[in-house]
Design a protein around this ligand. Structure first.
Ligand SMILES: Nc1nc2c(ncn2[C@@H]2O[C@H](COP(=O)(O)OP(=O)(O)OP(=O)(O)O)[C@@H](O)[C@H]2O)c(=O)[nH]1
Ligand SMILES: [Mg+2]
Ligand SMILES: [Zn+2]
Length: 306
């Protein structure tokens, strides 16, 4: 028989599909591809799919993916043309970051946020491990929080080990379908363990030598939040290569550059060199230098970013 359901777990070869309160396991046939999009993963967490199942066994074949409302996509590797989709059909994409270890750069944050903007997905930032910030790092985190809140992104400063620091975040996630993305080791799974009582996702200490994560989470999976809503944990990513951006449109994905860009003399101003540009004079004043650097890096389609 044929059923429809939502993919809640993807290992790349095996899928779990939730349909009317039951969980089925599904696979895809070798040649299964979606038209027009070259991804390493044709079916992703969040997808609504058709499944041909053997009712007795509770498993079957995924035969179709319904059109996606949106998704978070990145280059699967540096310099690669292939794409990797983190998850689809989202209400919210949260980038989990730390200014300590493993440190997250503003370049990484801005690429994540711009990708969310490209598909009109609401986005926000979680500054984790606040228990490890000394006063200097704390000031730096507060400056970034101020910067991103001004642009319009909700920010949360938390420590995954202290439930009380997660109260506002919990409220914010309520009822939404949310993705957690970020470097390996920033604490995505640890936060989910604290948010959801009884949850016991695998986590691991950073490598001693480089203080980097160990890529502990190896597949994307969606979990139910106690107050309503869902959260998808994803494997850590090293770099966030943006995809499918037309250079002329990059400024649309930086809300503050887009807003001030309306006053540029040329309607197709790239904000790089043009006379009468309304953006350039505001850099390091109203527009953060780090945001403008990220804009330029994506505009120039640079593959090397940190
Ligand atoms: N001090 C401190 N350590 C934390 C905090 N949150 C997580 N950690 C630690 O950071 C390490 C990595 O946490 P994980 O939850 O495994 O990180 P992750 O983002 O899920 O990593 P991947 O699954 O590899 O992508 C673990 O040793 C956690 O205990 C925090 O708020 N404070
Ligand atoms: Mg993890
Ligand atoms: Zn301009």
């Amino acid at each position: 028989m044929e059923i429809t359901g939502t993919v809640i777990k993807s290992t790349g070869t095996n899928y779990e599909i939730w349909s009317e309160g039951k969980i089925f396991s599904g696979r895809i046939r070798g040649r299964f591809r979606l038209k027009g999009i070259d991804t390493t993963n044709p079916v992703v967490v969040g997808d609504n799919v058709k499944l041909e199942v053997d009712a007795q066994e509770g498993s079957g074949w995924i035969t179709d993916v319904f059109p996606r409302k949106n998704y978070i996509i990145r280059k699967s590797k540096n310099l690669s043309k292939q794409a990797h989709i983190l998850a689809s059909n989202l209400d919210l994409a949260m980038v989990v970051v730390t200014p300590v270890y493993p440190r997250t750069s503003t370049g990484f944050i801005d690429r994540f946020l711009a990708t969310a903007e490209a598909y009109s997905i609401k986005a926000g930032l979680i500054f984790n491990k606040s228990d490890l910030y000394d006063s200097e790092v704390n000031c730096y985190a507060d400056r970034l929080i101020e910067l991103y809140q001004l642009v319009g992104y909700r920010c949360f400063k938390v420590t995954a080990f202290d439930q009380t620091t997660l109260t506002e975040l919990k409220e914010f996630l309520k009822g939404k379908i949310t993705l957690f993305g970020g470097h390996s080791g920033v604490g995505k799974s640890t936060i989910i363990n604290t948010l959801i009582p009884g949850m016991n996702l695998k986590t691991a200490v950073l490598s001693e030598q480089h203080l980097k994560g160990k890529h502990t989470t190896t597949f994307a999976q969606m979990y139910c939040l106690p107050g309503g809503g869902f959260i998808t944990d994803t494997p850590g990513i090293r770099e966030f290569g943006t995809l499918e951006f037309n250079p002329k449109e990059v400024s649309h994905f930086f809300p503050e550059i887009f807003a001030f860009g309306k006053d540029c003399y040329f309607s197709d101003c790239t904000h790089t060199h043009e006379a009468g540009c309304a953006v350039i004079p505001l850099i390091n004043k109203i527009i953060a230098g780090s945001r403008y650097d990220s804009y330029l890096s994506i505009f120039r389609n640079e593959d090397h970013f940190r």
